[in-house]
Write a protein of this length. Sequence first.
Length: 404
Amino acid sequence: MTVAEPVPTSASAPLPPLAARARSIGGSPVRDILAVTARPEVINFAGGLPAPELFDQEGVAAAFRDVLAETPGRALQYSTTEGEPGLRAALAARMALRGLATDADDVLVTTGSQQALSLLATVLLEPGDTVLVERPCYLAALQAFGFAGARVVAVPGDEEGLDPEALEELVIRERPKLLYTVPTFQNPTGRTLPAERRAAVASVAARRGLWIIEDDPYGELRFEGERVPWIASYEEARDRVVLLGSFSKVMAPGLRLGWLRAPGELRRACVVAKQAADLHTATVNQLAAARYLADRDLDAHVGRVAGVYRERRDAMLGGLPEALPAGSTWTRPEGGMFLWARLPSSYDTTELLGRVVRHDVAYVPGAPFYAGEPDRSTLRLCFVTQTPGEIGEGLRRLGEGLRG
């Protein structure tokens, strides 16, 4: 009997290539920076990480214990794609209290609001479709739209956010499918779009036929000023606005719990896309979150967190004049987690980062946040993860690094 010789490995045929989208879309620069600056001595203003010492560990742990003790079979079992009914009802009630009439059936629970973005890109976008975004824009949204093969165009704006007149001109010229916006305490700038501009954006969407994805992961973290209504609450745009929310910044990011509120046909399409993606979000996490909302006062917890974050924001604002070079400007956010700085035009914050990191401090260069031509003199600073004392020391190091 003759036995065939094994084919040498060197003679193996090459594998088919990765999909074009996987080869053309890069990783997150923020996560790359976090990997480089993981040393404990680095004061890291680069991450978008909530302060872990402020998590309600005892309350979350109690919610998990109760759920697993009382309904273990349900908690550890598969669930519906739409999400656990109790959690959807609680989320709908929270939105209704904030002026947006919502039923549980309007809500789809997602594995973080990032999944909501991916689902929406899947069901709304064909390769080559145009998406409008803010300038600058949340990084992971640019990734999601890039993976969908979209053409991403930035809407001009100013210190208050996008310009509704410029938006309308772009809608007429570019015929986009959707506008993506983080109108409250925006990532990366920290700015908030005023109510009159929100009304104008809603009007543009209604007149011109445009979907709006309104992402609101930071809106509850308000330190001062009055709450601004969601774009989704304006009557003329209610049938074309998808509102995204998340527990990541107000409860715990490790739960990976987000949601979307969307008109019926679009929401049903997202349900089908989610079935293909992960079947459903983790049952035990959903039930624990619902139990937490029933047994604890999340708003009081968020108020305590926001009070600490305000002190940290103030510490950063107080130290920036000494840390940044003359001629620099920066935002003064009324809430959220980030502020945005612009150095004189001779500075390139991407090139400077390596030098600054050698002083054991880090930021995120502004360039990756831009669709199109970036402003290379900009940078993002997260002010919530460190104490005021650590922020002061970090800004001292930042100043030394920028001065060389």
